[in-house]
Design a protein around this ligand. Structure first.
Ligand SMILES: [Mg+2]
Length: 387
């Protein structure tokens, strides 16, 4: 039995937790005129507000809503507490996002009783120890556990036992299976597939013909087969930062300033986790919503802000800006173990990088203690002042 646990309206709930006067009120995380809603309390959802909706639209639907800009470091902190609690309860926990996790609870029966009782106990502990609520789904396979947790929100428990699986799939809208969207959904609709169970009408070969490898995989899921395990060692594969500009622009200076701010954030994220990576990726989204990414892989893993910035900038310099840019982002991937374990190569570039990292660590420490505004590269600071 696998559980999928999803915290209810997580960011908004943390705000209500820290500010009791916000409880019972429509809290919306998302500010500015061009941003999107990243979370909405259930009180706000009654007005039709939901995450990923433009903030402007949320303001129209819920003019008296409380709009907050969000405090990621606080959400990450509570997330760590939640995950630590899950790890106390179950031996195998896979954090799936900041507010979701899979738990393998197969071995917990003798200790805590049947799945429903385990779920009730988990909800109770989350409420008592962290003062938040969550929805829990349980199923013999992973993707069904995720679907189950979505069935009774907020605060519900849905357990799909082995003998219920085929009945659940018979009436499960096919679009509920993770990954079914866009072209797959269109193809399936054209073939008259409404429910997951409908896929059984055709052979695996038929699905492979129509949807390729993914068709085979999907046909298996539609039968309730999913061999993926709860994987506690799921590691972070990249650290990135991106920013939607308040106004589309093709001004290289403005864009480079954003790039530097992002290089700082990415560098800080890498150093805090003890990571260094060899691939730097630059991402641009244009005003017409087309995307462009460019990557460069360097010989030595890097985590210094200046090196990330200069690598990203050299990628940026090679791009011709024929349209205004809407979003700019930078990421580092291709990790090579903790930065501290790297052998120092007698190489000028490497030793320069290591000196930069030492400087960065000092800045990180000051910023962690006094906040990000106190210190920062002058250029990045000027930008935040003028915004
Ligand atoms: Mg959630």
């Amino acid at each position: 039995m696998i559980f999928h646990i999803d915290m209810d309206a997580f960011f908004a709930s943390v705000e209500q937790l820290d500010n009791p006067e916000l409880r019972g009120l429509p809290v919306i995380i998302g500010k500015g005129t061009r941003g999107v809603v990243s979370a909405a309390s259930y009180e706000a959802r009654w007005f039709g507000v939901h995450s990923a909706m433009p903030v402007m639209q949320a303001r129209k639907l819920c003019p008296h809503g409380i709009f907050l800009s969000g405090r990621m470091h606080r959400y990450a902190e509570i997330s760590r507490q939640v995950m630590a609690l899950f790890e106390e309860i179950a031996p195998v926990v896979e954090p799936a996002s900041i507010d979701e996790a899979y738990l393998d609870v197969a071995g917990l029966g003798r200790l805590y009783g049947p799945p429903l009782e385990i779920a009730v106990m988990i909800q109770q502990r989350v409420r008592e120890e962290i003062d938040l609520s969550c929805a829990i789904g349980g199923a013999p396979v992973k993707f069904l556990a995720k679907i189950a947790s979505d069935m009774k929100k907020p605060g519900g428990i849905t357990i799909i036992e082995e003998h219920d699986v085929s009945e659940v799939l018979r009436t499960l809208p096919i679009g509920k299976i993770p990954g079914v969207g866009g072209r797959t959904a269109t193809t399936l609709a054209r073939l008259g597939i409404v429910h997951a169970g409908d896929m059984a009408r055709q052979s695996d070969a038929f699905w492979e013909r129509h949807l390729g490898k993914w068709g085979l995989e999907l046909a298996k899921k539609a039968r309730g087969e999913d061999r993926s395990r709860v994987n506690p060692s799921r590691e972070r594969k990249s650290v990135s930062a991106e920013h939607t500009l308040s106004r589309d622009t093709a001004d290289r200076d403005v864009l480079c300033t954003h790039l530097l701010t992002q290089a700082e954030r990415v560098g800080h994220g890498l150093r805090r986790r003890g990571f260094a990576g060899r691939t730097v990726t630059l991402k641009l989204k244009f005003a017409d919503f087309t995307n462009l990414t460019r990557s460069e892989t360097v010989s030595h893993p890097l985590c210094a802000t200046d090196t990330i910035y200069s690598t990203a900038k050299s990628l940026f310099d090679k791009i011709e800006l024929s349209r205004p840019v809407r979003l700019i982002g930078v990421g580092v991937s291709n990790f090579n173990g903790p930065a501290q374990q790297l052998t120092l190569l007698p190489d000028e570039r490497q030793s320069r990088h290591d000196r930069l990292v030492q400087l960065d660590h000092a800045v990180d420490a000051i910023q962690e203690k006094y906040g990000r505004d106190i210190m920062g590269r002058a250029r990045a600071k000027n930008r935040s002042d003028s915004e």
